[in-house]
Design a protein around this ligand. Structure first.
Ligand code: CA
Length: 524
């Protein structure tokens, strides 16, 4: 069957449009006002709508995404080989708080969550085992398996066991200034709202990241008197050190971990979901495996859902420094005040220096899949990426792995690398309890700690992976749904997933990517 011609132009002043037609369009095809394609153009790629002179800007989203290296004829396929990437915007003279769009509150929204002692809410009721060092990972994995097999049948209200294993903890420059990033990430992961305030640590004994350094006194609030009593009754309830002479070999270690887990499981099992305001939701958003339709379908729909969430009182975290760097002026203009703008610029500036130290820049972000999907460079990718943050003012900024402070609400920029697993890990440390992930090329990504909702940019992907994609935003490109309609659907999906009424595909299949720390400090 012949597919209808669909070209998507993001702004009237754009001189290119993106082919949304399944399978792309053939040479000679008439597309727009009698314009004929000079060559075949794949789906997701750009077509010149008029003649673009050498040196002239190629415009998409009403911004220059590149400058033509030679004249580009109307109807030509416009790809990365035909243009020079614009330089990065300097981090000076940026507009500050000039675009503060206020939107009316969205009242009457609730979800069902697990209330935590610190006032946060879990969307899942999980038992987590925190580890100080990679050396213990094998033992903890086996202990977690035994807990699932032997204990969980007695505690049916506990959703699962998560072993927080990682490559950090020893053989690292632990006093280097940037070591604070992996250390606080681990500390804050242990305090993720989906773990119910129960913290249990397995340590080796001789590692650099000692338990007292990971969780200094006062970093974990005791929940109540009952827990304090339990702690005295169960020596070492919170901490199992594998090198402790009390443990006889491997089986002794397993016994100790399983025994220490039980009181935590008992307390978690006694909890039930309760109706809560959406202020209990912390939704982390990111994209991965992007294509040129990401910025046309899935990300704008997610942006619509993000605006609704923030209006309903929820907190939303967006991230991925290298994917917003080229749109910094759009973000500082939305900063709530000068201090938020200053923090945002400081995070981007730190990241520029981090990339420079490694002999790279922001252009290292784009992947072969991005380019095959029609994204010419990081500028084009950034414009399509930022739209998922919606349109409302940016209320706060978090550094990599920093936890939301009490009272921090609304839309926040959580500075993280764009790498899917690193971004997801850092958002989880910041307190995320639902994750929304848009994808064009497709990834089976999922996390053990937080449910992940996956949104496809193209219907072809949703049809190819019906048991991995939760929401198909490709219907926007096919003109079957509007951005707002898919955004509302996504909002309802987020509330259902948070409430445990719906389990996204990655959760149903137990697809769990590794928690992956961001360690900008040296390894020794
Ligand atoms: Ca990503």
């Amino acid at each position: 069957m012949r597919q209808p011609v669909r070209l998507v132009r993001m702004h009237p002043s754009d001189n290119v449009a993106v082919v949304a037609t399944r399978g792309g369009l053939a040479a000679g095809q008439a597309v727009d006002d009698g314009l004929l394609l000079r060559e075949a153009v794949p789906q997701g790629h750009k077509v010149a709508l008029r003649r673009i002179e050498a040196g002239e800007a190629v415009r998409r989203y009403d911004v220059p995404i590149g400058y033509a290296l030679a004249t580009i004829e109307p109807g030509a396929w416009v790809h990365e080989g035909l243009m020079r990437m614009p330089d990065a915007r300097a981090l000076e003279d940026l507009p500050v708080a000039t675009q503060l769009r206020e939107a009316p509150p969205l009242g009457g929204q609730e979800f069902l969550g697990y209330r935590n002692p610190d006032g946060s809410f879990g969307t899942r009721n999980l038992f987590a085992i925190t580890t100080t060092v990679q050396c213990v990972a094998g033992v903890v994995a086996q202990a977690a398996e035994r807990i699932r097999r032997e204990l969980l049948p007695r505690f049916p209200h506990v959703d699962g066991v998560v072993a927080i294993d990682h490559a950090y903890g020893c053989g690292v420059a632990i006093d280097a200034p940037d070591a604070q990033v992996p250390i606080r990430t681990l500390r804050n992961l242990a305090r993720n709202p989906n773990f119910g305030g129960e913290v249990m640590v397995v340590s080796l004994g001789c590692e650099k990241l000692q338990p007292e350094r990971l969780l200094p006194p006062g970093s974990i609030a005791l929940r109540d008197e009952r827990q304090a009593r339990d702690e005295q009754a169960h020596d070492g309830l919170h901490l199992v050190r594998l090198q402790d002479p009390a443990h006889g070999g491997f089986s002794g270690m397993l016994d100790a971990i399983v025994a220490a887990a039980e009181p935590h499981l008992r307390r978690l099992d006694a909890r039930r979901r309760e109706a809560a305001a959406l202020s209990g939701l912390v939704v982390g958003v990111q994209c991965g495996g992007s294509d040129a339709l990401s910025g046309v379908t899935a990300n704008p729909a997610l942006g619509h859902a993000v605006d609704m969430l923030v209006r309903a009182g929820a907190t939303v975290l967006f991230s991925e420094v290298t994917e917003v760097r080229d749109g910094v002026a759009l973000l500082t203009a939305r900063a709530r005040d000068a201090e938020v703008a200053r923090r945002l610029v400081a995070e981007l500036d730190w990241y520029d220096a981090y990339l420079r130290r490694g002999g790279a820049d922001r252009s290292a972000n784009t992947t072969p899949g991005n380019k095959a999907g029609g994204l010419s460079n990081i500028v084009e990718k950034a414009m399509g990426s930022i739209v998922k943050s919606g349109t409302l003012p940016i209320d706060f900024v978090l550094g990599p792995g920093e936890k939301l402070a009490p009272g921090q609400r609304g839309l926040g920029f959580a500075a993280t690398p764009a790498s899917d697993f690193v971004c997801g890990t850092l958002q989880a440390a910041s307190g995320m309890n639902v994750h929304v992930f848009t994808t064009g090329r497709g990834t089976p990504y999922g996390l053990a700690a937080v449910p992940v909702i996956k949104v496809s940019t193209r219907s072809e992907l949703a049809e190819q992976w019906p048991d991995l994609i939760d929401v198909d935003a490709g219907r926007i490109a096919r003109a079957e749904r509007s951005i707002a309609e898919v955004g509302e659907e996504l909002f309802a999906c987020i509330v259902d997933v948070a409430s445990g009424r719906r389990r996204p595909w990655a959760e149903r299949w137990n697809l769990h990517n590794a928690l992956t720390l961001f360690n900008p400090a040296p390894i020794t």
